[in-house]
Design a protein around this ligand. Sequence first.
Ligand SMILES: [Zn+2]
Length: 157
Amino acid sequence: MDLTATFLGVGNARATSLGNASMIIEHNDAPWLLVDCGFDTLDRYQARYPTSLPPAVFITHCHFDHIGGLEQLYFLARFANKKPVIYISHLLVSTLVSVLGNTLLAEGHENVWDVLNIVPVQHTFFHQGIKLHIYPVRHHAPTSAFSLHMPGAFFYT
Ligand SMILES: [Zn+2]
């Protein structure tokens, strides 16, 4: 499998010139999996892939500089008739739903989660047939942040 990792941002929540921490994993030069989606992530993503949207996003944790772009992703996907997959630890689903549920409303006889397709993850998940692992990491409260691991390929934390 030919994978490439490109960091779209490497800053913290206040480092706007460095961008919100995010990485795109490409497979055969095409976007495969976005890791985190902060406020500026989609602008940086579309600078690299004009008029495209990420097919899938893995969320490491629910700080705004990692999920703040999901509202924009919802609207862009909704009007492009896309349904990006959102992989997230099952322990964080309630937090994500609470945060986005306060900003996004179900409209037009459609639920927000019909567009943003949440896939709760316990320990592992398959993305396009490839098995990925998640592990809790120390960042904030216990089990509030997760790493992403593809054995033999990469470990992101
Ligand atoms: Zn954080």
